[in-house]
Design a protein around this ligand. Structure first.
Ligand code: ADP
Ligand code: MG
Length: 416
């Protein structure tokens, strides 16, 4: 069966093509219906020989549940069939693949996207829990996306799902350890609420690109899930690393990003002890970020000044080119405006105006010393403009809707 000659199983009404993914018992293939519409579907093929009694039970529950429910955020089971070797679940095809791959490809998801996904996942879970169904294996690999662009989430893989009323307590371990609730990992009783824990883990993974309790061994994982220490984000780890490497600008921006997550965490934490621990961290990050900010701004000034001799030379060399002269004048005005430090958006406007013109002139400039200087100057100006843009954005974010955040930062700082 293994090797190059291996082919997907055959089904009368469908043509099976490439495999889309596989788990312990099943391989899922993309397939076309032979007749009529040539509709695209996904077929989950379960090899009967790989099934023991428990997994037969699981498969039957999966079919039973999926057959009876219909929801826009739950993958649709269109049909099921079997032959001597296999059982086939014929499902709607989700062209966007699974959420795990989706996150990996983008490293991490913007908050806006994660928010919409969370809403859709919540819709699916509310629908299930209203019907006393628990999924029990929620993880990014089991969440599919309808399409690569503007995807809709579709909850899939009901292989471990169970009918459970809110007062049911179960004992059998199910799901993947990384996403398991502490009460399940610690082998105590658990109930329908374990799905909610997994949602939190998934949201964290979507935002940071890695699950919060990633570990090398089960023992390490168990320890981490049990512990009530606050989760250190990769952002902080990375900020500290950049700081040690002496990259103040990168460290500063990473600390700032990390604070955006820690401050709301501080706000919503109700446990006094944990709140105090988070507060201490936030205070520490804020003070380091402030120090770095001073470093970053002064080194930007140095950069600006260092640019001067070359800039003067370029101006000298531009004397016979009135357009270039004028554009460089606008650039100088932008720098002066910025150094004045009163109105960043005016300075930015001037930078953009001069850059527009300078880029056109660069395109027409023949190779030579003047071209080199112009090229370098454009790069400096662009970096300055980007920096200003960031500053303006930061300020806007702070005044728009982030007042609460700024307020918490302030109170965290003053609570010494
Ligand atoms: P298993 O029980 O073996 O984990 P799943 O139902 O989770 O099986 O499917 C395994 C993988 O196959 C998923 O993680 C996903 O990548 C892919 N897959 C499953 N169903 C579909 C589908 N309907 N459309 C597209 N890809 C799918
Ligand atoms: Mg799966």
């Amino acid at each position: 069966m293994a090797g190059a000659g291996w082919a997907p199983p055959r089904l009368d009404e469908y043509i099976l093509t490439e495999p889309l993914g596989s788990g312990t018992y099943a391989t899922v293939y993309k397939a076309y219906r032979k007749r009529d519409t040539r509709e695209v579907v996904a077929i989950k093929c379960v090899n009967k020989r790989s099934l023991n009694r428990a997994s037969v039970e699981n498969l039957l529950t999966e079919i039973e549940i999926l057959k009876t429910i219909r929801h826009p955020n739950i993958v649709e089971l269109k049909d099921f069939q079997w032959d001597g070797d296999h059982i086939y679940l014929i499902m709607e095809f989700c062209a966007g693949g699974d959420l795990s791959r989706f996150i990996r490809m983008r490293r991490m998801l913007p908050e806006k996207v994660a928010r919409v996904f969370l809403q859709q996942l919540a819709c699916a879970l509310k629908f299930l829990h209203d019907r006393n169904i628990s999924h029990l294996d929620l993880k990014p690999q089991n969440i599919l996306l309808s399409a690569p662009e503007n995807p809709q989430l579709k909850l899939a893989d009901f292989g471990f799902a169970q009918y459970m009323s809110p007062w049911d307590e179960k004992h059998v371990l199910r799901g993947s350890p990384l996403y398991m609730a502490p009460e399940m990992v610690c082998r105590q009783h658990y109930d329908a609420r374990v799905d909610l824990w997994s949602v939190g883990v998934i949201l964290y993974e979507a935002l940071f690109g890695k699950p919060p309790f990633a570990s090398r061994s089960f023992a390490e994982l168990e320890e981490k899930i049990r512990s009530d220490r606050a989760v250190e984000t990769d952002l902080v780890v990375e900020a500290v690393r950049k700081d040690q490497e002496g990259d103040a600008a990168a460290a500063f921006s990473l600390y700032r990003k990390a604070l955006e997550y820690f401050v709301p965490a501080l706000h919503y934490e109700s446990d006094v002890r944990r709140k105090e621990a988070i507060r201490a961290k936030v205070r520490q990050y804020i003070s380091r970020a402030e120090e770095l900010k001073v470093l970053v701004t002064s080194s930007n000034k140095n950069l600006l000044e260092k640019g001067n001799p070359a800039r003067e030379l370029l101006k000298e060399m531009a004397k016979d080119k009135p357009r270039l002269c004028a554009a460089l004048e606008v650039a100088s005005a932008a720098i002066a405006k910025e150094e004045e430090g009163r109105d960043d958006s005016d300075a930015l406007e001037l930078y953009q105006q001069s850059l527009g013109e300078l880029l056109l002139l660069l395109a027409a400039e023949p190779a030579g010393r003047r071209r080199e200087l112009l090229h370098a100057e454009i790069q400096t100006l662009m970096a300055r403009a980007e920096y200003l843009k960031d500053q303006i954005k930061m300020r806007e974010a702070q005044s728009m809707g982030k007042e609460a955040l700024a307020e918490s930062v302030r109170s965290a700082c003053t609570l010494q």
